[in-house]
Design a protein around this ligand. Structure first.
Ligand code: PLP
Length: 362
């Protein structure tokens, strides 16, 4: 089936096939990759290659460190404040959807300024840069590059991307759009992403951070929550999720082999265009309410004109081999997540099904 799940999401079939073999035995090591010590030469090689490949894929400059922390993006939302803002220090947040709001909930002992929010219009737009009320003394400005549920993304039609935040470093949650197009890492102080959309399986994250920021004192915290300690120990202060790390490395390698971020940029443009045109051209049978200038190329929420048809739509989709289309409970309706592992043919199959369903029910 074509799997449109928002995350954990579809992985490339080639990666899964290789993983099946490596799960049984890693080369001729006599053991599975999941059965080996994280400090042994085999796994260290896997971990270091994953970092080298990620650096290649995203063109990460040398003055940026890369961490592979266990856990999800929400954990990083808590840790960035602990690591980079002093107790009581101002932090600026731009909220463009559900995950921006979740990021706010992870903050304790800092002075939070909501510099802008799209809440009042149901997160159908991203507030214009000119309206942001940024603080000069903020430790950082936080944005969500792509909002997975509301389907809004910082795109060039919105204005200058990434937004200019002057001397205050820009921190961005790239969980659902990392590696979908080339990104100028040097414009960000920190980029983080949970892996389970474009990078691999759930259970591990990626943090890309400008090294000089790691010199900040931050707040009192346990060693295990200290990015500096994690970096000094190659993200292996404790036993890391080795299987997830291995799968992440395989997925990154696959993306490089496919042509890298330039190629995924091309495919994302194509796939999202196909889908939005099908929605907009349906005479109101389907609708997406997001301002076209900030429509996400990764997550496309849409509604049927009659919600009573939702169940039939999903049932028919499943029969047509199209799964994972049910919208998030916050919005309802449908959502098609079309990350890097989703081929153009998958989106075409969805568009064909949508047209067919409309012919029967429209
Ligand atoms: N940020 C974004 C943009 C997300 O899409 C998600 C999850 O879907 C999260 C944060 C939370 O990630 P996790 O469940 O890995 O903590």
């Amino acid at each position: 089936a074509y799997n449109f799940s928002p995350g954990p999401a579809a992985l490339p079939e080639a990666v899964l096939r290789q993983a099946q073999a490596d799960m049984l035995e890693w080369g001729d090591a006599g053991a599975s990759i999941v059965e080996m010590s994280h400090r042994g030469p085999e796994f260290l090689q896997v971990a270091r290659q994953a970092e080298a490949d990620l650096r290649t894929l995203l063109a990460i400059p040398d003055d940026y460190a890369v961490l592979f922390p266990a856990g999800g993006a929400t954990t990083q939302q808590a840790l960035i404040a602990l690591n980079f803002a002093g107790a009581g220090q101002r932090v600026d947040y731009v909220v463009s959807g559900h995950w921006g709001k979740t990021a706010l909930k992870q903050l304790v002992s800092v002075d939070v300024n909501i510099a802008a929010s799209g809440d009042s219009d149901g997160f159908r737009t991203i507030p214009a840069r000119e309206t942001w009320r940024l603080s000069k003394e903020a430790a950082y400005v936080h944005i969500t590059a792509n909002e997975t549920i509301h389907g809004v993304e910082f795109r060039p039609g919105w204005g200058r991307v990434p937004p200019d935040t002057g001397d205050v470093p820009l921190f961005a949650d790239f969980s659902s759009s990392i590696a979908s197009e080339p990104v100028d890492v040097s414009k960000y102080g920190l980029i983080y992403a949970g892996a389970q959309k474009n990078l691999g399986p759930v259970g591990i994250s990626v943090v890309i951070v400008r090294r000089d920021l790691l010199e900040r004192a931050g707040q009192p915290r346990a060693d295990i929550f200290d990015y500096r300690s994690q970096l000094a120990n190659e993200s292996m202060l404790n036993t890391p999720p080795t299987w997830n790390w291995y799968l992440l490395g395989q997925t990154v390698r696959w993306m490089i082999e496919q042509g890298g971020t330039a190629e995924f940029d091309r495919r994302s443009a194509l796939k999202s265009k196909l889908l939005y045109e099908a929605i907009d051209g349906s005479g109101g049978f389907y609708r997406n309410e997001v301002d076209p200038s900030v429509r996400s190329r990764m997550n496309v929420p849409f509604f049927l004109a009659e919600a009573a048809l939702d169940a039939a739509f999903l049932e028919g989709a499943r029969e047509a081999g199209l799964i994972g289309l049910k919208g998030h409970r916050v919005l309802g309706g449908m959502r098609a997540s079309i990350y890097n592992a989703m081929p153009v043919e998958g989106v075409q199959a969805l568009v064909d099904y949508m047209q067919e369903f409309r012919r029967h029910h429209g």
